[in-house]
Design a protein. Structure first.
Length: 188
């Protein structure tokens, strides 16, 4: 016979609440949050319009997402002069996705050309889902690349290419080799 574990709920409940909500209890710097209208992401995206911009939409607790970030980190290390800016929009797609887990996941992509943002309202995935005509809950685990000179004003502009790992019938299926192939086209 199994006996229920007796736990002091007055102590445990606040602890679990802090843990699952991801409140900043360790004094770590919070990631900038993307608003419903896309600020500050859109401002920074447009300010970097002299470069290729790669936008990643990822869950901070998805193993494949973190692997794709490590793949991009390796590419950036191998191409330190590449004129590319990366915007990682970490969003809550899985059960334990919080700003705390997103901050921890930034360790997989540390290049100075990368900006990490917490997209709690899923601004990026909502806009890309509409553009690609895919379900909102499938618009993540992807990279979308925007050519130099392209600005995002109003509706999302058409990307030069996009890679996805959601087994969709649209977009280029993601692989580290395909990421490298697509990015190298822009290095000239």
């Amino acid at each position: 016979m199994l006996y229920p574990l007796k736990v002091n709920k007055k102590i445990l409940s606040p602890f679990l609440l802090l843990f699952f909500l991801g409140l900043n209890i360790l004094g770590e710097t919070a990631l900038p949050e993307v608003s419903l209208e896309g600020d500050p992401f859109l401002k920074e995206f447009n300010e970097a319009s002299d470069s290729l911009r790669l936008v990643g939409i990822y869950s901070p607790t998805c193993g494949h997402c973190l692997s794709a970030c490590a793949d991009l980190q390796q590419f950036l290390e191998e191409h330190p002069e590449a004129k590319v800016r990366v915007f990682l929009l970490w969003s809550p797609f899985m059960g334990f996705d919080t700003q705390v887990t997103a901050r921890r996941s930034t360790r997989y992509l540390t290049d100075s050309r990368v900006t990490h943002l917490w997209d709690v309202w899923r601004f990026g995935s909502r806009r890309l889902a509409m553009l690609f005509d895919i379900p909102l809950l499938e618009a993540w685990d992807l990279y979308a690349a925007f050519a130099p000179g392209v600005k995002w004003e109003g509706e999302c502009p058409e990307p030069s290419f996009w890679l996805q790992a959601r087994e969709l019938k649209k977009g280029i299926p993601y692989s580290p080799a395909e990421l490298e192939t697509q990015l190298e086209k822009w290095l000239d």
